[in-house]
Design a protein around this ligand. Structure first.
Ligand code: MRU
Length: 387
């Protein structure tokens, strides 16, 4: 079966699916420099915490492969690489995967084995180390996501042992699937795994205003995968939970993460927090799917997370394909339309923080972390090397 791929890479060539054109058009942009990657990330042609990090790392790998670095001395080569990485880090601030990838790339490059090497071999060794490390980030992400899928499905099955005789339904927010990662996805990866194991009754996805990652991207992925699914507006979640016991059998809300900090507080797409409050009120499990690359143990609590604010037009305007009178969608004709008085004041934070108290489980590729008797998350089982 064909799979959705946001990122296509072979050494020296990086193609990135333009997510602003989805679901109407499948168009890949060639991204060959750090500057092009910065623009691609900032404009959200690629988005999702892991995908942002992968595109930044690989775009720089492509430009190094293509001979962009004119420095010759090892220290100068490393300085060149680090300057570009520091620049890329500024493209979007909230997701920690990007800065974790940059730290890893810097450490690996500095650790390149240069013993007995002079120019040009020393330079080659540094560039090759960078390129290999960037390629490993891509390969590991896919592996991480399939592991998250298995751990998450197993944890949910355990929780709902009694009711799992009939499969559960789940609600997800934003887009955390193949389009937000190298493939399979994190929260959507768990949903995929539940579906493939016959454990999923139905997936609900929120529209995810204002950028509509849910309606534009997640619904596209769910339909593509043939997963039984329904799109709801963000404002319908409470009503859905209210009906869940009798009719809907909603077992869990499953979301992704842009940054999980030391105490478990989690920054994710705006609207996640209100879903967590609603889930707790209705006795629905709230599960965060986060590869360890999305964990930031340097930050103690969620109040210290920088939340990106985006432009007003995301609320006051919308773009889409033209629908004719008979309901057919003409994907060749798109339009941007005003949906609010253009003079209204706008507040547009791209993320919010869900306090750890409202989170039941954080599923990583190394296992599922739950709170101890003290009500605290302890990441030592999944990240012993970072504690
Ligand atoms: O603004 P976006 O679309 O980059 O936000 C994406 C999210 O909030 C995702 O939930 C998160 O990055 C996890 S993606 C696996």
């Amino acid at each position: 079966m064909a799979t959705l791929q946001a990122i296509k890479y072979s050494r020296g060539k990086l193609l990135v699916l333009d997510q602003l054109r989805l679901p109407h058009e499948n168009h890949y942009d060639e991204v060959s420099t750090a500057e092009e990657a910065f623009d691609c990330i900032r404009s959200m042609r690629v988005r999702g915490a892991p995908a942002i990090a992968i595109v930044a790392a690989l775009a720089h790998a492509v430009e190094l492969h293509n001979g962009d670095c004119t420095a010759t001395e090892p220290e100068e080569v490393i300085a060149h690489i680090e300057k570009k990485l520091d620049y890329l880090k500024e493209s979007r601030p909230t997701a920690v995967d990007l800065s974790n990838a940059i730290t890893l790339l810097k450490l690996a490059t500095r650790a390149a084995n240069l013993e007995g090497l002079a120019h040009p071999e020393a330079k080659e060794a540094i560039l090759n180390t960078y390129i290999k490390t960037a390629e490993e980030i891509l390969a590991k992400d896919l592996h991480n996501n399939t592991s998250i899928g298995s751990h998450g499905a197993a944890w949910l099955q355990q929780q709902y042992n009694a009711s799992f005789e009939r499969p559960i339904s789940v609600l997800t927010h934003c887009n955390t699937g193949s389009l937000a990662t190298s493939g399979h996805g994190t929260a959507l990866g768990i949903i995929r795994t539940l579906h493939s194991e016959g454990l999923l009754k139905h997936a609900y996805c929120t529209e995810t205003r204002p950028y509509n990652q849910g309606s534009r991207l997640t619904s596209f992925e769910l339909v593509f995968e043939g997963i039984p699914s329904t799109l709801i507006c963000d404002s319908m979640a409470g009503a859905l939970f209210n009906l869940h016991r009798e009719r809907m059998n909603i077992g869990a809300v499953i979301v992704g993460a842009d940054r999980v900090v030391r105490n478990g507080d989690t920054a994710n797409k705006i609207g996640t927090y209100q879903l967590a409050v609603l889930a707790r009120h209705h006795g629905v499990k709230f599960v965060v799917a986060a590869p360890t690359t999305s964990i930031d143990l340097e930050t103690e609590t969620g109040s210290a997370i920088e939340i990106e604010e985006r432009k007003r037009e995301e609320l006051t305007q919308i773009s889409g394909a033209i629908v004719s009178e008979d309901g057919t969608v003409d994907t060749s004709k798109t339009a941007r339309v005003a949906i609010a008085d253009q003079r209204i004041g706008v507040w547009n934070p791209a993320f919010d923080v869900t306090p750890h108290e409202l989170i039941d489980a954080i599923v990583t590729e190394r296992g599922t972390v739950v709170k101890g008797a003290d009500g605290k998350f302890d990441f030592s089982q999944v990240l012993p090397e970072r504690l």
